[in-house]
Every structure is written in C-alpha cells, then in structure tokens.
Ligand binder design. Structure first.
Ligand SMILES: NC(=O)c1ccc[n+]([C@@H]2O[C@H](COP(=O)([O-])OP(=O)(O)OC[C@H]3O[C@@H](n4cnc5c(N)ncnc54)[C@H](OP(=O)(O)O)[C@@H]3O)[C@@H](O)[C@H]2O)c1
Length: 312
C-alpha cells in the first residue's frame, strides 16, 4: 500500500478544488448484503452514476469508513482503502461527474497493439481484472456501442455480469443489416438493444420486444459518429461506451467524438492480427496525438486512461 493510502485521511483524484466545498450531500449506507458490499468504492461510483451533483458530494458510509466523492473529481476516505479500490475510484470517477455527456472507448490489446488474431480470436487477451474493469465501464454508462464485426466475431452479450450494476442499452452499428437474427444481442431480451442500420439496408425479420431498429444516413465514410451520439442523446443516453472493435473505436477517435480512451494493455505478444487503432495516416510524429494520460495497474496489466478532451 502506498504511503498516501495508509494515511488516516486520504485525498486523491484531480488537483484540489479551491471554490467553496458543498456542505450538503447524499448519504447512503452501503448494504452489507450486496454482492460487492466489501467494495465501498464501487458502491459509491454506482451512486455517483445517478447522482444530481448540484446537491453536493456523494457520501457513502459503512461501519468504519466514510467515503466522499466531490463534484470536482476528488475523493477522500476516513479510513485507508485498498489499492484496488483507490484505482477503481481514480480511473472511474472522471466518468460519472457532472458533465452533460461523456463518451469513453475501450480496447484490450497486447503489448504489440493487437486486439485479436488474424482469425478474429480475442478471448481473452485480458485477464480477469481488466474484464472486471470493462464490466464496470458498462455498468456506469447508459449505452454500449459495438460494430457489426464484433458481434459477428464474438457474439457478445454486452451485459454486466462481473460486478453488480445494471446493463446499459446495447447498440450495434450494422449499416448493411448483415447480422444474423440469431446472434445473442438481437435474440436475448436480457437488455434493450438498438440496431442502427443504413438508410438502404433491408431486413426481413421484424424488430420487436427488446430490439429496436433505426436507420441513420450513410455518408461517404459510413455513419457519422456524431450523428450516432446525437441519436443516443435523444434517447436519453448521456454516457456512452464505445466497446469495439478496432474499426468502430478508430472511427469515433478520428471524428474527434471521444472524451476518453481506456487502453488495457496485457503482457502478451500476438505478432499478427487486428491492430487496436487504425487512424488517418500522418507524415510526421509531431502530428501524432499526445493525450494527457494516467496509468493504473490491473492485475499484471496496465490501464492507460487517455484524456482526449482539448486542454482547458
Ligand atoms: N480486445 C478488445 O477490446 C476487442 C473489443 C471488441 C472487439 N474485439 C475484436 O475485434 C474484432 C472486430 O473488430 P473490427 O474492427 O473488425 O470490427 P468492428 O469495429 O466491431 O465492426 C466494424 C464494422 O461495423 C460497422 N461500422 C462500425 N462503425 C461504423 C460506422 N461509423 N459507419 C458504418 N459502419 C460502421 C461496419 O460494418 P460493415 O462491415 O457491415 O460495413 C464495420 O465494418 C473481432 O475480432 C473482435 O473479437 C476486440
């Protein structure tokens, strides 16, 4: 445990806030019976997810601990927290703040920047700690977006299973309407699903039950990421996770539509296969993006949290 974490009163997060500290807050007792009851950090984040920050900070308390999440992104605890809990707060608190919208992407990749083999096999590049992190990301957002390639390759459920929390709206970008009606997200009603198809696509099977189908215009480069986000905002989705794959995340990044990117780097070398990001080519390194970044350890992997917002 680091020195700062063993202090009786721990201040972490973004630089100190110099404005008035709100006095009122929402106090919630952590339920001792909840699946993640030992994890007060995760409990606090799930409260923060739906919190009205104009009411003040989030305060979660249990027997010997009182954890406060401030509106400016700092947190403090009255007793030491474990490293895993501190990492969870540091990495995820920026996602649940008062900003009116938040778009975060993730990619789990090897040391040599691959997210799948040549055959599309990607289960699993990352270990359990990173997979838990991914499920936490899902639980904190209103919608999780994947490309048709990921659904065709992995047939994912896109639900929250490794942690407590609710599953977001599942969104698949399927411009040609090529997905098999039997794939899990189109078939299973365990979470609402939106299939975004192009204006020319034709699909015989009707959309019903948990499945909604909508058309978006296809421009020269495909569906505009910002048009996708606007539609999701109209549906009430304020926080959005772009989960993959490479093509989908790269399109959102190239369009300047991401606020953050979580790169989960696992210590393996795949040596061939699908690269994580494929962006518009640049000629010189001074044209490369150099986002502000923070690093965290998740098991034997490293999470790079890239802040893609323009500096203020
Ligand atoms: N390691 C990880 O974190 C991770 C995460 C997810 C997936 N994966 C792996 O990544 C691979 C799939 O990635 P991928 O890059 O091939 O595919 P993808 O990004 O999942 O899907 C790409 C496809 O989605 C559609 N699409 C996405 N955005 C679009 C847009 N803005 N406009 C128009 N169409 C759009 C297009 O469909 P059409 O092809 O029909 O035109 C496009 O070819 C799989 O092997 C999967 O296992 C890894």
């Amino acid at each position: 445990m680091s020195a700062s974490l063993s202090a009786r009163f721990v201040l972490r997060g973004r630089p100190p806030h110099h404005g008035p500290v709100p006095l009122a807050g929402v106090i919630m007792d952590a339920s001792p019976n909840a699946a993640d009851s030992a994890d007060i950090a995760w409990r606090a984040l799930t409260v923060a997810r739906d919190h009205d920050w104009s009411l003040g900070p989030v305060v979660v308390s249990e027997a010997s601990q009182r954890l406060t999440l401030e509106v400016d992104g700092r947190w403090h605890a009255t007793a030491p927290l474990g490293d895993d809990q501190a990492t969870c707060l540091d990495a995820l608190l920026p996602l649940v703040g008062p900003a009116p919208s938040l778009v975060v992407a993730q990619l789990g990749q090897s040391l040599d920047g691959r997210i799948a083999t040549e055959t599309g096999h990607s289960h699993y590049i990352n270990g359990l700690a990173s997979r838990v992190h991914l499920h936490r990301l899902r639980a904190l957002v209103d919608a999780v977006v994947v490309g048709a390639g990921t659904v065709a390759a992995d047939d994912p459920a896109l639900t929250v299973r490794h942690v407590s929390g609710r599953s977001p709206l599942r969104v698949v970008i399927d411009p040609r309407g090529r997905l098999d009606a039997g794939c899990r997200i189109l078939r299973d009603a365990c979470a609402p699903t939106l299939q975004l198809i192009g204006d020319q696509a034709s699909i015989a099977t009707p959309a019903r039950g948990h499945l909604r189908r909508e058309r978006l215009p296809l421009e020269a480069g495909g569906m505009a990421p910002r048009a996708i986000l606007e539609r999701l905002a109209q549906l009430g989705c304020r926080r959005v996770l772009i989960e993959g794959g490479s093509d989908t995340v790269s399109r959102f990044l190239d369009a300047g539509a991401l606020h953050r990117l979580h790169l989960l780097v696992a210590p393996l070398l795949i040596g061939s296969g699908r690269p994580g990001l494929c962006l518009a080519p640049i000629a010189r390194l001074d044209e490369a993006r150099r986002p502000r970044s923070r690093r965290y350890t998740l098991g034997d992997e490293t999470l790079f949290d890239l802040d893609l917002r323009p500096p203020t």
